[in-house]
Every structure is written in C-alpha cells, then in structure tokens.
Design a protein around this ligand. Structure first.
Ligand code: MRU
Length: 348
C-alpha cells in the first residue's frame, strides 16, 4: 500500500489520497476549501462510506479557525450551514450524515463557549470519529476472521478495504486479519463497473498485502461460483435499514442472488454507524444516480454512442433474506434482523 493514509489532518489542513488516480498514480492532495471537499466526495476522490464520514468531519474545520472571531451563535450557524452543504454531496451512505450530525451536536447549544473553544471541540470530535473508525475495523477483522480457514475462497465486490476507511477496512478486514494469522485464503475481486473500485482499489491493496487475489469481471462471478471456488461472500455496506435490507455498490444484489442459488453464505461487514434504524426498509433508502458519462466511457475511452439513453444507479439494495449475517464490531448479527439489530444496538 502507498505510504499515504486515506485521510490525513495535519496542522489544521486536510489531505486525502486521490483514489481516482489509483493504482497508476499514488498522489496525496490537499483540500483547501469546503467546496474542494464537496467535489472530492462527489467525484469519489475520497470514497467508501466510513471514509466519506471522516473526511466530511475534518472538512468542516477547513479555514474555520479564521472564523473564530465570530460570536458563538454565528459560529454555530456557520458550521450548521457547512454541514448541510457537505451532506448533500452523496445521498446513500449514512456514515456521511452520521459524522456531520455528530460534529454539529458536539457544539450545538454551547453558546456559553467562545468560538475558539467550539473550534477545539469540533477538532477533538473529528479526531475521535477518525480513531474510532480504526478500532472498529480491527474488531470487524477479528470477528470475521473466525469464518475463514485455510483455502477458503471469498468473493468481494467494490472496495471496502483500507482505502474506504481509516483502518484495515470492513469487508477486507477479516481477510487482512486471517492473513496476518497465517491463514491461507483465496480472494476473488469483482472489478465493479462502472468505476472499477474492485479492479483499481481492492485488487491493488490485497495484492500489495501479499494476499492471494484474483480479479474477475462482474459477469464472471456466476461461473466462478459454479466451479466451487467460492465458499463465502463478504461485501461492505452504505446503509442498513431497520429490517436488515442493505444498500451497497451496484451489483451487490446480483452477487447475493447468485450466492443464494449456489448455496454460498453471503455476509455484509460494516460498523454500527452504517445501521440506520430510522429507515424502515430498503425501499426507503435514497439511491444515488450518477452521470451517464461513467457508463458511456470505460476508464476515459468512449465505448458507447454519445447520446445513448443511460441509467447509472450507484448502489442497489440487497433484501435482508439474502443476507447470512452482518459482521460488525459487536459480533456477527444473525436474522431475524428486526429483533437482532434492536438487541445489538440496545434499542427498545
Ligand atoms: O461509490 P463508492 O466507491 O463510495 O461505494 C463504496 C461501497 O459501496 C462500499 O462497499 C461501502 O461504502 C463500504 S466501504 C467500507
């Protein structure tokens, strides 16, 4: 892996590893304004549900120190305005609004504090969100690794690894942990059209870690499963509804349907911050629709007629009945989800 963290906050400045350039170019860029951050999230320079949340939390602080001469009232309103703006950059991953709400709540109604004190509270909260993310990944890795034995074949989709979070990933965390423990696993990475997160990011980071990884095109998954090469599927997630329906990168639902056909366990690995128990079912999850040019072009080369009608949903929702379990920092949560999720999150 490049010796550059996915997200770095240093001396009041925010840096990210530009993921759109990987794996060919490894380059860190500075986000110098709130608009820079908005665009970086929208254009997937920083991506993956938890990483978007951490980046957004720090983004609130960009150039904010110079606003500390404002009254605390005006300072709080400015932070609220910035948070609303960043929250509109991508709709599906709940981690974005989770992190921004948490940041705002850290200072809301604290009008007795000076603006500089509020700034420091915000900075501490962003650092906390960042370090919690690292610890959570570690635990997901430990619980998930229990499912992996020597020669286990795992299929994954998109990238829910080191590049999508601050730690060792969510879906890839069990693989990193098993590998560290000397377990010899085999991973198949779906390339993940249209933006190739599986090809560009997952195969890149697993290969770099010395894990046995094979890249396949998305339409090869059924064939590979039919040959008995896959023992389980582990993918990441952007939002889980109260009933266990789970939104993840477009194509995930197809993989889950295939897994059901071939009787292969299908797991979702995610932190508890990805569960949105205020959303009743998957049909209430807003699915981001992206620009047609991502489908018309293949990595910068036009591969379809210019004005062709296109659909480009960035996510789909896997129905809960296809999900064998959720690998979380609190353990592996099994169905029936309506009850087990409430219990895991201590809700009535
Ligand atoms: O559009 P992306 O690349 O941000 O989509 C990412 C995914 O779908 C990941 O699987 C998900 O965010 C989990 S990342 C730990």
């Amino acid at each position: 892996m490049p010796n550059i963290p996915t997200i770095r906050w240093s001396d009041d400045e925010l840096y990210i590893l530009d993921q759109t350039l990987l794996p060919v170019t490894v380059k860190e860029i500075k986000l110098s304004s709130i608009e820079d951050s908005y665009n970086a999230i929208k254009e997937l320079k920083v991506r993956g549900a938890p990483a978007i949340g951490v980046a957004a939390a720090y983004s609130l602080l960009i150039d904010l120190k110079k606003e500390t001469k404002l009254s605390s009232n005006d300072f709080i309103s400015l932070v609220e305005k910035r948070a609303k703006y960043l929250n509109s950059s991508r709709p599906t991953a709940v981690n974005l609004s989770y992190a921004l709400n948490r940041m705002f709540n850290a200072i809301n109604n604290k009008k007795d504090k000076t603006s500089l004190e509020l700034y420091n509270m915000l900075e501490n909260e962003a650092k906390k969100i960042h370090s919690e993310d690292i610890d959570i990944c570690q635990k997901i890795g430990e619980y998930g690794a229990e499912l992996l034995k020597d020669n286990t074949g795992i299929l994954t989709h998109c990238n829910a690894g080191r590049l999508a979070v601050s730690g060792i990933g969510t879906a890839l965390a069990p693989m990193y942990t098993a590998h560290k423990n000397g377990v010899k696993i085999r991973v198949y990475a779906d390339e993940t059209r249209p933006l190739l997160q599986g090809a560009r990011l997952t195969s890149f980071e697993l290969q770099d870690a010395g894990i046995d990884v094979t890249l396949i095109c998305d339409n090869m998954a059924a064939f590979i499963m039919s040959k008995g090469l896959i023992d389980l599927v582990i993918v990441g997630c952007d939002r889980v509804a109260e009933n266990g329906d789970a939104a993840n990168k477009i194509g995930t639902m197809g993989v889950a349907i295939l897994a059901k056909h071939f009787n292969i366990p299908f797991y979702i690995a995610c932190p508890s911050t990805t569960f949105d128990l205020n959303t009743k079912t998957g049909s209430d999850i807003i699915i981001e629709e992206r620009d047609a040019k991502e489908v018309i072009n293949f990595y910068g080369v036009q591969t379809a007629p210019s004005n062709i009608k296109v659909r480009n949903p960035a996510f789909d929702v896997t129905p809960s009945e296809l999900i064998t379990g959720f690998i979380t920092e609190k353990g592996i949560i099994k169905p029936p989800y309506k009850e087990s999720l409430k219990k895991a999150f201590d809700l009535k």
